[in-house]
Design a protein around this ligand. Structure first.
Ligand SMILES: [Zn+2]
Length: 176
């Protein structure tokens, strides 16, 4: 395994609370390298997404990488997508409540309501402008990671403190 050189900032670190900045396109070599490291870091932590502010980089970069998990056995498996300067143009469909976790909020899960669909415009690694619609679990990941770019965390979106539980209790829910 490659050495992990990026540390994940944790809840309480003020850098998780700042607004991320847009990047000029095309990306330079160091920025491409950073994106590779973000993907490595996310995969090493078994994450399905990560945002640059989570490693202390105040740029508008998110990685979206759905794959089947215990909780979402039907989640699509996809190659990680790097979205640079993403903008959610539209969200719609049902409002769906489900459990979320975050690499920056270890050992916790929260019930969060998200839109079923999002349309997102972003720059890809080749500096092309993409506009795509996503649904379900992938739409949830995008909304979660996009929040990181605004300095928001999923704990800000739970309706009540009773909707925050530990990972241990969450695992019990899964098998009950
Ligand atoms: Zn997160």
């Amino acid at each position: 395994m490659k050495p992990l050189c990026l540390d994940i900032l944790k809840l309480g670190n003020p850098r998780l609370r700042s607004q991320a900045l847009p990047l000029d396109m095309p990306l330079n070599q160091a920025q491409h390298r950073l994106i590779e490291q973000l993907i490595d870091r996310m995969q090493a932590s078994n994450g399905v997404g990560i945002a640059a502010p989570q490693v202390g980089i105040p740029w508008q970069i998110i990685i979206v990488a759905s794959r089947p998990t215990l909780r979402y056995p039907q989640a699509p498996r996809m190659e990680p997508i790097a979205m640079i300067n993403p903008q959610i143009l539209e969200d719609g469909g049902e409002q769906i409540q489900d459990w979320e976790g975050c690499l920056s909020v270890p050992n916790m899960r929260g019930l969060v309501t998200r839109a079923q669909h999002v349309t997102v415009r972003y720059h890809d690694l080749a500096a092309g402008c993409q506009c795509e619609r996503f649904s379900g679990f992938i739409a949830r990941i995008i909304q979660h990671e996009y929040d990181h770019l605004q300095g928001r965390l999923f704990v800000d979106r739970v309706k009540q403190s009773a909707d925050l539980i530990t990972e241990d209790e969450y695992q019990k829910l899964l098998i009950s």
